[in-house]
Design a protein around this ligand. Structure first.
Ligand SMILES: Cc1cc2nc3c(=O)[nH]c(=O)nc-3n(C[C@H](O)[C@H](O)[C@H](O)COP(=O)(O)O)c2cc1C
Length: 324
């Protein structure tokens, strides 16, 4: 039986479901060419962060000891950063033939608009919105405000680009189903479950915050797997990519069975090197052959919550019947 790994995610046609997630491994055209050669289906370019502008201009201002010039430097550094980013997207697009996804992380609505337009002009294939809401969780933030803000962001970006919009969602949402439904209505074409905030730890001797586990392990798969299974049943019109804890080809099979069209991987590439992609593809292909699955589409979502027997497992939250 002939099988293939082709899939579609957020309107993008991919040769296989392995997307290199945004990280320092996807920053330059040279790296992207190597990733394409290694066999990934698409690449999300390392995010551009609006907050880097403030950070860089403060550093420069401190160096020049002219505190009052920070505003001016913001404008200057901002221009420079966006122009370099655009050039880099153009060169990555020219060097690669697989879909290239630009990733943006902004604070102000004006910047979301501007970066969305710039990425479109650079000719990338899709836009990923790197959304985090840790900083917005205060006791003064009314219920629903964060969701409203995310939906508004997607609406604004949609007005500024005709590219497919992929939303990389934080995992700490109250009701991801209602949110994804709204994001779909606002013009999002795909959702990544989930974004991963920078990990913290504590050095208990120095009483300092340190960096936690930067790279994930198999343990991290459980949360995105559950929500892919639930959301792909609740809002089947949305496309899903699972991100977080995918370390092996078996994890990709699980992601697809739960309802994902693709996976966005990063830690596995750090742990095992980019040549590991070929092994993942081979494992996936052999599994499909052994299980008579012609393509990703034939088993995508087969184990999501739309089937009663699987809903029971996915919705089980308490350790009620756990036996050690
Ligand atoms: C070193 C490092 C840098 C990252 N940089 C970004 C980034 O620029 N933008 C982004 O959206 N995600 C970023 N991520 C998150 C990854 O894209 C990915 O979603 C996350 O690591 C979960 O996937 P994994 O379990 O395969 O690592 C980064 C992750 C790591 C480890």
């Amino acid at each position: 039986m002939t099988t293939n790994l082709k899939t579609t995610f957020a309107g993008l046609k991919l040769n296989n479901p392995i997307i290199a997630a945004a990280s320092p491994l996807t920053a330059t055209a040279e790296q992207c060419v190597e990733l394409e050669k290694a066999g990934v289906g698409a690449i999300v370019i390392k995010s551009i962060f609006e907050e880097s502008i403030a950070h860089n201009s403060q550093e420069l201002s401190d160096m020049l000891s002219h505190g009052e010039e920070v505003d001016y430097l913001d404008g200057y550094i901002g221009e420079q950063m966006v122009s370099e980013w655009k050039n880099s997207l153009v060169s990555i697009k020219a060097a690669c033939s697989i879909p290239i996804i630009a990733s943006i992380a902004c604070r102000s609505i004006e910047t979301w608009e501007r970066y969305a337009r710039t990425a479109s002009e650079a000719g990338v294939d899709a836009l990923e919105l790197n959304l985090m809401n840790v900083g917005r969780c205060t006791r003064h933030t009314p219920y629903g405000e964060i969701e409203h803000h995310l939906a508004h962001t997607v609406e604004v970006v949609r007005k500024n680009t005709s590219l497919p919009i992929i939303v990389k969602l934080a995992s700490n949402m109250t009701n991801p189903a209602a949110l994804v439904d709204r994001l779909k209505a606002c013009g999002a074409n795909g959702v990544v479950l989930f974004n991963r905030p920078y990990p913290v730890d504590i050095d208990i001797e120095k009483r300092e915050y340190t960096t936690g586990q930067v790279l994930t392990s198999a343990y991290n798969l459980a949360t995105p797997l559950r929500w892919t299974g639930i959301l792909s049943a609740e809002i089947p019109a949305m496309d899903y990519a699972l991100s977080g804890g995918v370390q092996t080809w078996q994890d990709i099979v699980k992601a697809v069975l739960a309802g994902a069209s693709a996976v966005e991987i990063c830690s596995a590439l750090y742990h095992k090197g980019i040549d590991y992609v070929a092994e993942m593809k081979q494992g996936l292909e052999e599994w499909q052959q052994n299980h008579f699955e012609e393509s990703i589409d034939t088993y995508r979502g087969r184990m999501n919550a739309s089937k009663g027997q699987y809903a029971k497992d996915l919705l089980r939250a308490q350790y009620l019947h756990f036996k050690s």
